[in-house]
Design a protein around this ligand. Structure first.
Ligand code: UFG
Length: 325
């Protein structure tokens, strides 16, 4: 099969590229390198473009026929989306609409779209299934939910079939140590803790110990990046086999608290580091845990690295291999 992977130089996109190439697919990788890294590209033919550029997209679609598109290119910082909503609506929403229109013009009928658990907002129940009310509490989550709704309309009007994959907390790294997480600035819990463990950061701050959870810290459903991309591969198979447009939660169905992640890092790395406490971070729900049974049942998705130890071990290997300064 021939696929276009947009945002293939980013954290999750680069792991996807590696897995698709290994499966023998032909790839064109598109990235504007606003947050991705050339060094993260495991292969495939590279096209440097911004999906806001309709002409550049038309050129790519005119040059090759794709069986499907994977769309990973978006801004992901919840806090930034609150202070700079225009940036999020321009890229995550408007530029994605430009991409969808280009796909319609080129008659490319299948899309695997990176969505997020942030579409649900503050959970009214956990574990969260796909029917849970959508009440995003920040522009990041809203931009993704708006795209999901546009995709429903594009299916009805133009027959564009899509799978929206709602990620819970993507974490971990390529077990072979070739790829990993690298955001500038880094805001995610696990890479920040690992930076503290490796000495690249003085300490890690826990945002809130007064939540209504067993140890008072927030609970999240961490899902290994290799398992995430495996779900995308299953999703594209599902679409190419004639599957209807739909959405799936991607998580393990198991939650770990911030304190448990810190304890696991100490255990796995054998390193100690300073932990300081700070008040709650705005907009953090106490507990986000997926009900992944729909993806298990329909896609046949089973996670390979469900243990937090595996996630931490692989991310630690990456952190040690790449001691950036
Ligand atoms: N946390 C800390 N200290 C830190 C960083 C994070 O205590 O220095 C805590 C947060 O308060 C939260 C947990 O660790 O309770 C996880 O935080 P992350 O920033 O790693 O991840 P989020 O759960 O906030 O966000 C993730 C994705 C978003 C997505 C969201 C909802 O990164 O893109 O899940 O699905 F929107």
């Amino acid at each position: 099969m021939k696929f276009l992977v947009i945002g293939g130089a980013g954290y999750i996109g680069s792991h996807m590229v590696k897995q698709l190439l290994r499966a023998g697919h032909e790839l064109v990788v598109a990235d504007n390198f606003s947050t991705g890294y050339r060094s993260a590209l495991p292969g495939g033919k590279l096209v440097e473009l911004d999906i806001a550029d309709a002409q550049a997209l038309d050129d790519v679609f005119a040059a090759e026929h794709f069986d499907a598109v994977f769309h990973f290119a978006s801004f992901i910082q919840v806090g930034e989306s609150v202070t700079e909503p225009a940036k999020y609506y321009r890229n995550n929403l408007a530029a994605t609409l430009t991409l969808l229109q280009a796909m319609v013009r080129a008659k490319v009928k299948h899309l695997v779209f990176s969505s997020t658990a942030a579409v649900y907002g503050d959970p009214v129940y956990v574990p969260i299934d796909e029917e849970h009310p959508k009440a995003a509490i920040n522009p990041y989550g809203r931009s993704k939910w708006m795209v999901e709704q546009i995709l429903e309309d594009f299916d009805r009007a133009y027959g564009l079939k899509s799978v929206c994959l709602r990620y819970f907390n993507a974490a971990g790294a390529d077990p072979e140590g070739q790829l990993g997480e690298r955001h500038e600035p880094e805001t995610h819990l696990l890479p920040l803790i690992l930076q503290a463990a490796s000495g690249r950061r003085e300490s890690i701050t826990v945002f809130g110990r007064d939540y209504d959870t067993p140890d008072g810290t927030c609970i999240r459903d961490y899902v290994h990046v290799v398992d995430l991309v495996a779900a995308h591969a299953l999703a594209v198979d599902y679409l190419l086999a004639g599957g209807a447009s739909t959405a799936f939660n991607l998580g393990n169905g198991q939650g770990f608290s911030v304190q448990e992640v810190i304890d696991t890092v100490r255990r796995v790395t054998g390193q100690d580091f300073c932990v300081s406490d700070a008040p709650r971070r705005a907009g953090d729900p106490p507990r986000l845990v997926a009900d992944p049974r729909k993806a298990n049942a329909i896609l046949g998705w089973q996670t390979q690295f469900a243990s937090l130890e595996d996630i931490v071990t692989h991310a630690w290997k990456w952190e040690q291999k790449h001691p950036w300064h």
